[in-house]
Design a binder for this molecule. Structure first.
Ligand SMILES: Nc1ncnc2c1ncn2[C@@H]1O[C@H](COP(=O)(O)OP(=O)(O)OP(=O)(O)O)[C@@H](O)[C@H]1O
Ligand SMILES: [Mg+2]
Length: 345
């Protein structure tokens, strides 16, 4: 095949392909190669063009034995590390290199490993506590009724924490699963918010917090999934009660529909504001990551697993809405949810 023919064939391929001639120089490279190795490689010796010892060694091996090789190539794209699987094969006296992008697969693998590590860690803490108390109860505290009652109380608390974690994990995976399915119900937001607040009253009064509902409109019906929106506002109001308790009050407001620039359609806004300690700026963007907590210790004390806002974010994405977290240290936190009032195609 002439070089022109080879070039036109490899240009049509969707992955990076590079051909090295018998003279050990690059004979042809397609445009996908540019992003990985740079431009103007044709005519250069392959050692100068490729630079990575593993790849260079694989080429040498294929030249000697004719056998195909597979090696990793670690690259860089802007600030991001990239990984390619490079196949080196003999082709009629030339050597053909193909680069398959493995970056996304490696990232997914890393996320999965982090996730399992997080879950295990979150479960291990209460489990260790439970096992410790069981040991004490069957040993030293066996005949001490006062200690027994106290320990059983703590054990129930730890067991509840594990149950909540498992419930949250199930909920997260369900929400992720149907994120692409449009919600079909029509939800009366004012009624939904009233019932969420009513449900959280015992928790609020135990924390010494008053929750108020300010309805600036009372007949906003939006397309949505009622069960999921209950989950969203329950978590937001619960967070405001748990982490903003020092302010003593939480206000929930429902604002009438308005054109929303970012969503490019009309949307209603629901805000949950507290007058607590607020959240330091650098944490805000990360709050919707799974297991992310501002103050691990304090958050865990009040029973948080750090999955709430991750779930909220997925649900709002499913509704094609927007989540906005604003906070000023020492003044409080305001979390707003914008929900489109008409179904998005
Ligand atoms: N209103 C708030 N004021 C201060 N910090 C907050 C507020 N809301 C959330 N946070 C911080 O954000 C973190 C993440 O919240 P998120 O709801 O995701 O998890 P959680 O409440 O800890 O656990 P879960 O909701 O799963 O029970 C919390 O741990 C807390 O540190
Ligand atoms: Mg929460």
């Amino acid at each position: 095949m002439s070089v022109e023919q080879i070039v036109s064939v490899i240009h049509a391929l969707p992955m990076a392909v590079l051909l090295i001639g018998r003279d050990e120089r690059v004979r042809a490279a397609n445009p996908c190669v540019d992003a990985i190795l740079g431009t103007d490689l044709v005519g250069k010796h392959y050692i100068t063009a490729l630079r990575q010892p593993a790849v260079i060694a694989a080429i040498g091996e294929t030249q000697r034995s004719g056998a195909a090789q597979v090696v990793r190539y670690n690259g860089r794209s802007g600030p991001k590390d990239t990984v390619y699987k490079v196949s080196v094969a003999a082709a009629d006296g030339d050597i053909l290199l193909t680069f398959e992008d493995q970056t996304a697969a490696e990232e997914a693998g890393q996320m999965r490993r982090d996730f399992v590590a997080n879950v295990s860690h979150e479960l291990r803490t209460p489990l260790t506590a439970l096992l410790g108390f069981i040991e004490t109860l069957t040993g030293a505290a066996r005949d001490d009724p006062a200690a027994r009652d106290r320990f059983l109380g703590i054990m129930a608390h730890e067991a509840n924490r594990m149950t909540r974690l498992v419930d949250d994990l199930m909920s997260l995976s369900r929400v992720e699963e149907d994120e692409r399915v449009r919600p079909r119900e029509h939800v009366d937001l004012a009624a939904l918010l009233s019932s969420v607040i009513k449900g959280l009253e015992p928790q609020a009064s135990a924390a010494g917090v008053t929750v108020t509902l300010d309805l600036m409109t009372s007949d906003e019906i939006v397309p949505g999934d009622a069960g999921q929106l209950v989950q969203v506002f329950t978590n937001l109001v619960e967070n405001a009660i748990k982490y903003g308790a020092s302010g003593g009050e939480v206000s929930v407001s429902l604002m009438p529909r308005e054109m929303h620039q970012r969503l490019r359609r009309e949307a209603v806004q629901v805000s949950v504001a507290d007058r607590g300690d607020g959240i330091p700026e650098h944490h805000i963007a990360r709050l919707t990551e799974r297991f992310y907590r501002v103050d691990n210790h304090r958050s865990r004390e009040v029973g948080g697993t750090g999955l709430g806002l991750a779930i909220v974010k997925h649900i709002i994405n499913r509704h094609r809405g927007r989540l906005l977290i604003e906070s000023a240290e020492g003044e409080g936190t305001k979390v707003s949810v914008f929900l489109p009032v008409s179904a998005v195609s």
